[in-house]
Design a protein around this ligand. Structure first.
Ligand SMILES: NC(=O)c1ccc[n+]([C@@H]2O[C@H](COP(=O)([O-])OP(=O)(O)OC[C@H]3O[C@@H](n4cnc5c(N)ncnc54)[C@H](O)[C@@H]3O)[C@@H](O)[C@H]2O)c1
Length: 322
């Protein structure tokens, strides 16, 4: 899907997914990145000073700030969030504030735009809870007990989904909700097993697995994720819908993943098992039928190939740092 001649506003555009998306849009569009730069995958990108890119340091909790930064946007993609289980556990209050109130601020500001064609909000596959086999968009969402920090993130994102849909229903704001399933690849700056395992393998440290390593996930390569996002940004059928974006063919246990990364890196690191620190997701595999049939979404990068590309990128990064 090619998007051209638009002004595109990306909250969280300095992050892993946002900065990769910006790179795909910059040649043919004007891109405004609004980010607190708490995390920064953007500065290391070769396009970080592209003539079509504007970077604004700002907080999505600052309603007036977003409103003025968003002026003139045709497409809004709201990626800014407190994400990653470890960060969420450390600060559940900011998680609720940023993910819930921040999403409200973005939607409310988008409502004031004169030529708004699309507002994409980011939820998460975590909304499906601990056991999610081939879950589809209309399956029941599931969260655990209050007091279990992991679910703070899921609940904040789920409330964001309801809010996003409410703006479509009540005010005809052209919103779309995306639920990514475990994204990985070059440029990742946050948390995530592949990010951590590859870095530890390359520096000869043990790969720490929480629990027995029998947890199952489906891994989505970043370029496939960005292809899916471009489809929801551009295709008219996407408006008012939510989509699982993931790769069921990238499914593996955490043990299998660790072994694959050791094989690809040729590392002599060992696998070590440590107790689980928080509630965990046992099984999570998406059904992507809706995105496939409605939008033509088709992930193409297999897990081994994706890990090979990711390892190659981390190797270059490490050499540059020396
Ligand atoms: N990466 C995944 O596997 C995955 C899975 C499910 C959902 N998601 C969602 O996709 C989106 C993007 O994820 P990502 O992996 O690129 O995360 P990321 O952490 O790399 O990027 C998030 C960005 O938001 C910014 N940010 C945080 N708080 C902010 C605030 N108050 N104001 C302005 N900016 C702020 C950070 O600085 C960062 O650049 C997030 O909404 C995340 O919840 C990601």
């Amino acid at each position: 899907m090619t998007i051209q001649g638009k002004r595109i506003f990306l909250t969280g555009g300095a992050g892993f997914i946002g900065s990769t998306l910006a790179g795909r849009l910059l040649e043919d569009n004007e891109v405004v990145i609004y980010d607190s730069f708490e995390r920064d995958a953007l500065s290391a990108r070769e396009f970080s000073h592209h003539k079509n890119l504007r970077r604004i340091r700002g907080d999505i909790l600052d309603h007036a700030g977003i409103q003025s930064a968003m002026e003139g946007a045709n497409i809004v993609v709201h990626l800014a969030a407190i994400a990653g289980v470890d960060t969420v556990i450390k600060s559940p209050t900011s998680t609720m504030r940023v993910n819930l109130l921040g999403t409200y601020n973005v939607l409310q500001a988008a409502l004031g735009l004169t030529n708004c064609e699309r507002v994409v909000t980011f939820s998460t596959s975590e909304v499906f809870g601990t056991y999610a086999y081939r879950v589809s968009e209309d399956d029941t969402v599931n969260t655990g007990a209050v007091g279990e920090a992991r679910w703070t993130y899921a609940v904040s994102k789920l409330a964001g989904e309801h809010m996003s849909y409410a703006y479509f229903k009540e005010f005809a704001l052209p919103t779309v909700i995306v639920r990514p399933f475990n994204v990985y690849g070059p440029g990742q700056v946050g948390e995530g097993a592949i990010h951590v395992f590859v870095q530890r393998s390359l520096s000869g440290q043990d790969l720490l697995i929480h629990g027995d390593g029998d947890q199952i996930r489906s891994w989505t390569y970043i370029d496939d994720m960005v292809d899916g996002i471009l489809l929801v940004m551009g295709r008219p059928e996407a408006v008012g819908q939510s989509f699982n974006l993931g790769n069921p063919r990238g499914t593996v246990t955490v043990n299998g993943l660790a072994e694959l990364i050791l094989a690809v890196t040729g590392s002599s690191s060992k696998i070590a098992y440590v107790p689980r620190q928080a509630a965990d997701v046992e099984l999570r595999i998406p059904s992507i039928e809706k995105a496939r049939t409605l939008l033509g979404f088709q992930p193409i990068v297999g897990l081994r190939e994706g890990i090979e590309r990711t390892v190659a990128w981390y190797r270059i990064l490490r050499n540059n740092d020396r």
